[in-house]
Design a protein around this ligand. Structure first.
Ligand code: ADP
Ligand code: MG
Length: 563
């Protein structure tokens, strides 16, 4: 055995990382936990080759500031608890501040994140625990974390990875649990390019989506409460019982957990109701005050300890027994009767169970919402050129033309990529004269220009007939058409092929955008602001000029001698 020695720091860290990151599904679990904690309403999970090649989780949650994005990768850095006392009342899924650093220690992690009202986002790249990049970056609000080269520096772990199909199905069943626990979240799961979309729904509809309407239609809903503990859920009638316990789920404060509690409560409730070796499908949602449950007992947070386990088991088995009895009494009864039989607990409490699920979801989310997204409110227009808007940080000045350019640019680029950029036939074709250089450029780039919506034909030496222009320019007066064509031809003179396309789209956006000097109503300003906020890179116009800046409250206070 040799002598005991203290491991060097990096080996110790790799071992610790291994406790959190066991396989691709554990990476996905930590990332989705984070997205849910960040109040996301949409989460997209993408994996390639079972996660070996790529894992990417994207959310539309709160995002992180430039500084926090880097801090998130430091060990024990968390925004979720502040002290040991908080460990006794955890309301978030994460709390240890260990996930991101652990994942980044055994892989290459690229994170893009942006707070909703921030002018720009941040990119952080960490590989094998080493910070490689931390820089401003354009990205939509929310966070995306991409994990590549998983276990590149821990060959033992890599060897234990199972086949892609096995790892993929581990991720899929993990996601099923989140989909059950968070029906109000829109999920997308893409594996090796194949996408499954699971839109937000009521709890029962979500089950129907996952297990089919036939199964969902037969489930019995139950609900009961004692003191501050509430339980609700669905259980299948005996005819839908399975040979394994795989379809038995227990969620505690919406966290999926494995616990004896459920199997014991079921055993008590089903005794004599089900043949040996048959297990009903069951979905149980337990809600208790956070201090009644200790979630800090298992590295993967899969097990929990209950303060009053006996009381909970009793509560649960009674609710289940009642639901199952109801189902046994009337296997062929009308659906209505079945619902009444199973819903006794809910009726006793006087609130339909479904509403309580929704209420619980709302209160859970409200609890987590410390930081609601900040708004930008338009106040006025300055010199018919700048929009003045109020944000919680101060006064924001927006250049209306640059901002609109950005909005249109991103819209047209997207339409172009999707082949949806429309063209507009001119009522009467317009003849334009081009120089030999312009003519050559035009002919070299005819395909691209046609794609953009320009329909143009050669008409003798140096003359061209324009029959259609990009729809966005459709109302250009006749005498401006030649200017439009020149401008597009000029745009495609750029060397780089991709930039050429962008430049042409930029010209269209620029011509179409509101100009400096145009009066806007408050509604128009609000619309522009909200369109801008949805852009991938709202902070700059397509040519890199700023679209806005913030006069910070601090600065205003300083000038007035208030601070
Ligand atoms: P924990 O979740 O235990 O706090 P993590 O290492 O998973 O630890 O994350 C560290 C911190 O990074 C979190 O506390 C949170 O502030 C931030 N964070 C991580 N992922 C996201 C995300 N998707 N959206 C917003 N903030 C995030
Ligand atoms: Mg976490």
């Amino acid at each position: 055995m040799g002598r005991i020695r203290v491991l060097d720091r990096s080996t110790a860290m790799l071992i610790a990382a291994g406790e959190v990151v066991e396989r691709p599904a554990s990476v996905v679990r930590e990332l989705v936990d984070n997205s849910i904690d960040a109040l996301a309403s949409r989460i997209r999970v993408e994996i390639e080759q079972g996660g070996r090649r790529l894992i990417r989780v994207r959310d539309n949650g709160t995002g992180m500031s430039h500084e926090d994005a880097r801090l998130a990768f430091e060990s024990h850095a968390t925004s979720k608890i502040a002290s040991a006392a908080d460990l006794g009342r955890i309301t978030t899924l994460g709390f240890r501040g260990e996930a991101l650093p652990s994942i980044a220690r055994v892989a290459k992690v690229t994170m893009l994140t942006r707070e909703r009202d921030a002018l720009e986002g941040t990119k952080v790249v960490v590989e094998g625990g080493r910070l490689v990049e931390h820089a401003p970056a354009g990205c939509p609000p929310g966070t995306s974390v991409q994990v590549e080269r998983l276990f590149f520096n821990t060959p033992a772990r890599r060897k234990f990875l199972r086949s892609s199909a096995t790892e993929t199905s581990a991720v899929a069943s993990l996601l099923t649990r989140y989909m059950l626990a968070f029906p109000e979240i829109h999920f997308e799961f893409v594996r090796d390019g194949r996408a499954t979309v699971v839109p937000a729904a009521e709890p029962k509809a979500r089950i129907a989506r996952l297990y089919g309407a036939r199964v969902a239609g037969k489930l019995h809903e139950f609900s009961a409460e004692r003191g501050e503990c509430r339980v609700h859920g669905f259980v299948s009638p005996p005819e839908l019982a399975r040979a394994t316990r795989a379809e038995q789920y227990l969620f505690v404060n919406r966290r999926y957990v494995r616990s004896r509690l459920l199997s014991e409560a079921l055993a008590e409730a089903c005794r004599s109701l089900l043949p040996q070796g048959r297990h009903p499908m069951v979905f149980v949602f337990l809600e208790l005050p956070p201090e009644q449950v200790d979630v800090n007992v298992h590295p993967a947070k899969l097990e929990v300890k209950f303060r009053a386990e006996d009381r909970l088991r009793e509560l649960l088995s009674e609710a289940l027994a009642e639901a199952l009895r109801g189902s046994r009494k009337s296997p062929a009864a009308e659906p209505r009767q079945q619902v009444l039989g199973a819903g006794a607990g809910a009726r006793a409490a006087g609130v339909p169970a479904e509403h309580r699920v929704r209420e619980a979801a709302a209160s859970y989310r409200a609890q987590r919402a410390e930081h609601a997204p900040e708004e930008l409110r338009a106040l006025a227009q300055l010199h018919a050129t700048y929009i003045l808007a109020e944000s919680s940080r101060g006064l924001v000045l927006i250049d209306q033309h640059a901002a609109h350019e950005r909005v249109l640019f991103e819209r047209f680029m997207k339409e172009l990529q999707q082949g949806r950029l429309r063209k507009q036939e001119l009522l009467a074709p317009v003849l334009v004269e081009l120089s030999p250089r312009e003519g050559a450029l035009l002919e070299e780039n005819l395909d691209m220009l046609t794609e953009l919506g320009l329909e143009i034909e050669r008409f003798g030496e140096g003359s061209y007939i324009v029959k259609a222009v990009p729809a966005a320019l459709g109302d250009a007066p006749k005498e401006e058409v030649s200017q439009v064509v020149r401008s597009l031809v000029d745009a495609v003179a750029v060397k780089d092929e991709r930039r050429r396309r962008e430049e042409a789209v930029y010209r269209i956006a620029c011509r179409n955008a509101v100009k400096a000097g145009e009066h806007l109503t408050i509604e128009e300003m609000e619309t522009l602001i909200s369109q801008l906020r949805r852009c991938t890179s709202p902070a700059t116009c397509p040519h890199g000029r700023p679209t806005m800046f913030c006069l910070e409250l601090r600065e205003i206070e300083r000038r007035f001698g208030r601070s």
